[in-house]
Design a binder for this molecule. Structure first.
Ligand SMILES: [Zn+2]
Length: 350
């Protein structure tokens, strides 16, 4: 998308001097000129169930909408001069039909953008099949919050991505972005057993993209699981929202780096000032603007969570001694090759 056509309401983007300092001093030399964000969301309040249709959206609520213009505005400020591509993920809570239609219209004929369709267990296969005929739609995005068991914390994969949808995905070689449930995430023995069964036996054509470093916001789950996951075919990881350096070190030193894709989880989950704090084996979203924090010993200027994420990735890259070429792989080439986005589709964002 040409930036000249982008209307930038600067007031909506909370980008501070301290963010800019970190970008210029730490990150500008690290982040390559091209980025494929493999985990980012659109959101329209008008697509929420019960929202009035055919009326202009409430301007108060509209400020929270995230369309392609919003993502490009953020990208222009977060990663100045970088050329952007996206794998958009469906947003939970929306009316599925309306959300899918909004995404279809928003990305129509725009190169370099793909979408993993929002699915719930109640989606009809014929509707999914019709939508997936669109070549920009390449996979599915289920959410544990739709688990048929009603237990969103302890559900297994098939309880929020039913077997008939996995069969369909297997038949068509689709992607599935999977945010694992259950307390131990990728280290949970049911999740590992299910993934092993699906990747090696039952659904060998599904391409799994395990969100949030296989949902490892702390050192522990991925350290337990990596010896199993790395032997499974068709497993990939996105980096979305993880700000602790340790999961990155485990992944970059013990996995094939080609299976790791940059993802930010923008806007709501990563473009705030704070981070995802690791507390032993637990973790917690920590918004520095809301914690009543005091900084008696230092210059108290927390930075954007997505910059914390980039900083941790940079440190892990140094520990793992990845080459510049491998870093390009993390930020775009691994995903571009895997998702089938060729160089002709490079949109400009400068
Ligand atoms: Zn997300």
């Amino acid at each position: 998308m040409n930036q000249e056509n982008i209307d930038i309401p600067e007031a909506n983007l909370d980008y501070r001097d301290c963010d800019q300092q970190i970008w210029e001093e730490e990150l500008a030399d690290f982040v390559p000129s091209r980025i494929l964000d493999s985990h980012i969301h659109f959101f329209w309040s008008a697509d929420l169930p019960g929202a009035p249709q055919g009326l202009p959206t409430n301007p108060q609520i509209k400020t929270k909408d995230n369309d392609l213009n919003t993502l490009n505005q953020w990208a222009k400020i977060l990663y100045p001069g970088r050329r952007m591509q996206y794998l958009i993920l469906g947003s939970p809570g929306s009316d599925v039909t309306r959300h899918v239609e909004s995404v279809r219209r928003e990305i129509k004929e725009i190169p370099g953008i793909r979408y993993n369709r929002l699915v719930t267990p109640s989606c009809k296969l014929e509707d999914i099949e019709r939508d997936l005929k669109n070549p920009q739609f390449i996979g599915l995005k289920p959410y544990r919050t739709y688990s048929v068991t009603g237990d969103i914390d302890h559900c297994r994969i098939h309880e929020f991505l039913p077997h008939e949808q996995m069969e369909f995905a297997n038949q068509h070689g689709l992607w599935v972005t999977m945010h694992l449930a259950r307390q131990h995430g990728c280290a949970d023995h049911h999740n590992l057993k299910d993934l092993e069964e699906y990747t090696t036996n039952r659904y060998p054509n599904i391409k799994w993209l395990l969100a949030h470093c296989a949902r490892s916001f702390t050192y522990w789950p991925i350290r337990e699981a990596i010896k199993h996951l790395r032997d499974m075919p068709n497993i990939h990881y996105d980096t979305s929202a993880v700000t602790d350096v340790r999961p990155y070190i485990t992944l970059l030193t013990q996995e094939d780096p080609h299976r790791i894709f940059w993802g930010s989880d923008g806007v709501g989950a990563a473009f705030f000032h704070g981070h995802y704090a690791a507390l032993g084996r637990a973790w917690q979203h920590s918004d520095a603007d809301q914690g009543g924090l005091q900084f008696p010993h230092c210059d108290g200027r927390p930075i954007l969570s997505v910059y914390e994420q980039l900083m941790s990735l940079k440190f892990a890259v140094e520990v793992a001694e990845l080459s510049k070429d491998q870093v390009e792989g993390l930020f775009w080439r691994n995903a571009a090759n895997a998702l089938g986005i060729d160089d002709q589709e490079l949109a400009t964002n400068d």
